[in-house]
Design a protein around this ligand. Structure first.
Ligand code: UT7
Length: 326
């Protein structure tokens, strides 16, 4: 059988800012309750970045941990992709700021803006670079400060989000072109711009010159999520050549426990295989999947050789899924 170059995830790292904000903390200034938030979303707490932290600071910490896990040094990194919807500045790209702060040599650095789906989109782009022979050591980072986009008077959104960052190192490995190969095995990416009004931020440099606040028709997004994520997962599994029930770990975007459970049920995935961090992290947008991966790798659930299924959905609307062997 011929040898094929694959892109493999060789290290994972996560970083959460120190401050914990509980549901009761929020109930002090917005008309909500711990009971409502837990029952409808599964969220118990979220982290909030310090006022002097920028999203690149979160990204740098996660990246350092991923590099240490992969046994790689900053000198070896030749590509940095940051998936974020809350950049430090309108430009330069947060990835270029991360490159400077990490002290990486000159390489390629840019951001991906696909909101909560950003990490899956970024992995797919990194796969193109690494499997195509244009990168030997890529950092793919999801980093977000969603608390900076909240309207703290809107109980329908402000209780749902948190801050954090997760990162993976992606490197080339030789495979046989079979589903037993280590590496990124299949993707399905989707977007439907006609659904913009369901989830967006009402500001931007070329419209009103503001950063803006997050606006969401939550129940509409919920409905779309369960149906369309299932389709993308099935398509990514077909792209990889595997059956969904062969997956060892399902690592969904952590938006709402009821969505994760609904998608897992629809796909026939055993609840015990679902990695959930939404209770502790809330929705950290593009950071949620690599953060959840970092938790399940650190506690020994995810082991080398395991088959992982990732999926996400967010503003755009965008959504997508990825199958990889760790
Ligand atoms: O990561 C990007 C993707 N985003 C998502 O996947 C989010 C998807 N959507 C959701 O997770 C859920 O739709 C929410 C958690 C946002 C809302 O849950 P829901 O079960 O769909 O509730 P709803 O929006 O239909 O609202 C039901 C009731 C309303 O009151 P009335 O009109 O029935 O009197 C809301 O005003 O719940 C009320 N409500 C709240 N009550 C207490 C909404 N937010 C809150 C709150 N506390 N925080």
């Amino acid at each position: 059988m011929s040898s094929v170059r694959r892109s493999a995830v060789t290290g994972v790292g996560g970083y959460l800012p120190d401050e914990i904000v509980t549901n009761d903390d929020l109930a002090k200034f917005v008309d909500t309750s711990d009971e409502w938030i837990r029952e409808r979303t599964g969220i118990q707490m979220r982290r909030r970045a310090a006022p002097d932290q920028a999203v690149s600071d979160l990204a740098v910490e996660a990246a350092r941990r991923a590099l240490a896990a992969a046994g790689r040094s900053v000198d070896e990194v030749d590509l940095i992709i940051v998936a974020t919807t809350t950049p430090d500045l309108t430009f330069p790209a947060t990835a270029a700021i991360v490159q400077r702060k990490l002290g990486c040599p000159v390489g390629v650095a840019f951001d991906i803006q696909a909101v909560c789906s950003g990490f899956v989109y970024a992995l797919s782009v990194a796969d193109g670079f690494v499997a195509g022979g244009r990168s030997r050591c890529a950092l793919v980072i999801g980093a977000e400060m969603m608390t900076r986009l909240m309207d703290w008077t809107d109980r329908g959104t402000c209780v749902l989000f948190g801050d954090g960052a997760g990162a993976v190192v992606v490197e080339p490995v030789e495979g046989q072109g079979t589903t037993a190969d280590r590496g990124l095995l299949g993707f399905a990416l989707r977007a439907d711009g006609t659904k913009q009004d369901l989830l967006y931020v009402d500001g931007g440099p070329s419209t009103n010159g503001q950063v803006g606040k997050l606006r969401m028709q939550g129940n509409q997004v919920f409905r779309h999520a369960v149906v369309n994520i299932s389709e993308a997962v099935t398509a990514a599994a077909a792209d990889a050549g595997i059956e969904v029930d062969k997956v060892d770990w399902f690592i969904p975007h952590q938006a709402n426990l009821r969505i994760l459970e609904g998608v897992a049920k629809r796909l026939g995935i055993d609840e015990a295989k679902v990695v959930t961090t939404v209770a502790e992290h809330a929705n950290t947008s593009a950071a949620s999947i690599p953060l959840a991966m970092s938790v399940a790798v650190a506690d020994g659930r995810i082991k080398p050789g395991d088959l992982l299924l990732l999926e996400a959905m967010g503003g755009g609307l965008t959504w997508g899924a990825c199958v990889l062997r760790f």
